[in-house]
Design a protein around this ligand. Structure first.
Ligand code: F0G
Length: 482
């Protein structure tokens, strides 16, 4: 894809697939968008699909599947125990990750549940490059705590560092010295680090982390949910990987880790999850838990059809022309937004484009949830749904004090192979309009705040009539256009 140059000098990302099944989309008029966001309590999780034009909430479980995946689904072998389908998935994981055991689970957080139950004890510490919401929740529920030790550059939104997902090796040594190796349940590296903007780690970094783990007899665990993007960035940004195939990079990363788990809602473009490792004792422990929480150990809560699709999807992930699609579209989107001066996380990562709400609407105080407010405003402006990744996604502490997030990001995910370049251009256009009118956007306040994971079901209201004002301005500028 990247190799194709336009004669006219145009610089557009180019799809290396053709669309053979389509789903109709409607863009509701601005009046309805205004109503819909009010009904959803300004929370994009609570919007209904029928009101949404471009859904950039997530890439989880909504990536487009290939014809080969759909074809494989038709030959799924449905049996409660010992299905051929499971064997095919198991063998594919063994082939790619070179680990002896594969244990299925219904999605990524289900792997986190089982692994944490076995490995995390009260008082355990888990050093990691950065947390993911469900990962942290499972570690905490089992009595452990999380030590985030990314490199300093990780939290610099405006950076050129190619591997902001790297772990700081000195900080890792310091945590081990401080807490003692015995209290460390495992060290966790997350590929395509989600919450800092889909940022990768380098092969070199994970190999160094492994060396330190070996010095202290520690387990290294990889969350490979966003591995596809990470692999692409290893290939194009890391000198040592330039002459390696995607398969070889996968093998080298896997070789550095003791345990790999993934959400197949992301990796493999289907719906499910699984864990790979060599340790027989761990295998026997986990296998005992699988029927309790997931289903029998040859399906782990997944439908056999999805398992077939994952097997093919994992294989397709080894194709550079497949995994480069999302990062190239994201890079294009980031560059286009920068042309309008819109603050975005750089360098462009995987998963999606991340808009820096703190700078976009710098007049909105952080305790009025700028990223949430920007998400509501973008829905009004264009029927576009993003996800708040800021203070709303944090939890109050035991004393009711609300911690302010490190970053206020509006995540606009690019599910793989779903949107066309013109749809991405439309999103850029509406963001540009919003940026022009950013003074109209004000904050939000809670009217209904759940205790746990409040961003999912919490309801908020605008602190003034700003949403109506924004809609009025839209009517003025766009007239009868949707
Ligand atoms: N790890 C990472 C890095 C993830 O991004 C996710 C999910 C999970 C684990 C959990 O996997 O959803 O299959 O249970 N991320 C989704 C997202 C929810 O929208 O970013 P899951």
């Amino acid at each position: 894809m990247a190799a194709i140059r336009f004669f006219t000098g145009e610089s557009l990302p180019l799809e290396m697939h053709k669309v053979r099944i389509v789903q109709r989309l409607d863009l509701p008029p601005i009046e309805r968008r205004l109503e819909a966001i009010a009904e959803a309590g300004s929370n994009t999780f609570l919007l209904k699909n029928q009101d949404i034009f471009i859904d950039m909430l997530t890439d989880s479980g909504v990536n487009a599947m290939s014809d080969q995946q759909l074809a494989a689904m038709m030959k799924a072998d449905d049996s409660y125990a010992g299905s051929e389908t499971f064997t095919r998935l198991e063998q594919k994981c063994q082939e790619l990750f070179k680990k002896r055991y594969f244990v299925p689970a219904h999605q990524g957080r289900a792997c986190e549940n089982l692994l944490s139950q076995i490995l995390v004890k009260p008082g355990s510490v888990v050093p990691m490059n950065y947390h993911f919401t469900t990962t942290k929740a499972h570690i905490i529920i089992n009595g452990g705590s999380v030590e985030e030790i990314p490199i300093d550059e990780a939290l610099n939104l405006d950076s050129t560092h190619p591997f902001k997902g790297n772990m700081d090796i000195d900080k890792l040594r310091a945590v081990i010295a401080d807490k003692g190796a015995a209290s460390i349940a495992f060290v966790r590296m997350e590929a395509g680090t989600n919450l800092i903007g889909g940022q990768p780690f380098s092969l070199e970094n994970i190999q160094e982390v492994r060396k330190v783990c070996d010095e202290h007899g520690l387990l290294l665990m990889l969350d490979a949910s966003l591995l596809a993007d990470n692999l692409y960035f290893n290939k194009v940004r890391e000198e040592a990987c330039r002459d390696m195939s995607i398969r070889q990079i996968t093998e080298a990363i896997s070789d550095a880790c003791h345990i790999i788990y993934f959400s197949a809602r992301k990796l493999g473009c289907a719906r499910g999850g699984g864990m790979c490792f060599d340790d027989e004792k761990l295998f026997l422990q986990i296998r005992e838990l699988v029927p309790l929480y997931e289903g029998f150990s040859t399906y782990g809560g997944m439908s056999v059809r999805e398992m077939e699709a994952i097997t093919v999807g994992l294989d397709e992930t080894m194709d550079e022309n497949m995994i480069n699609q999302a990062p190239i579209f994201i890079e294009y989107m980031v560059q286009e937004l920068q042309r309008y001066g819109i603050p975005v996380v750089t360098p462009p990562g995987g998963l999606g484009c991340h808009v820096d709400a703190m700078r976009f609407i710098d007049h909105v105080p952080q305790n009025q949830y700028p990223a949430g407010a920007l998400g509501a405003a973008l829905f009004i402006a264009g029927g576009i749904r993003g996800m708040e990744r800021g203070t709303l996604s944090e939890q109050r502490d035991a004393n009711g004090v609300e911690p302010m997030a490190n970053m206020e990001l509006l995540r606009l995910a690019l599910p793989r192979r779903v949107f066309t370049a013109s749809q991405v251009k439309y999103v850029v256009d509406r963001l540009a309009w919003l940026y022009e009118n950013r003074r109209l956007v004000e904050g939000l306040r809670f009217v209904d705040e759940p205790k746990n994971l409040r961003f999912f079901f919490g309801k908020l209201e605008p602190v003034s009539q700003w949403q109506q004002e924004l809609a009025r301005q839209f009517k003025k500028d766009f007239g009868d256009s949707l």
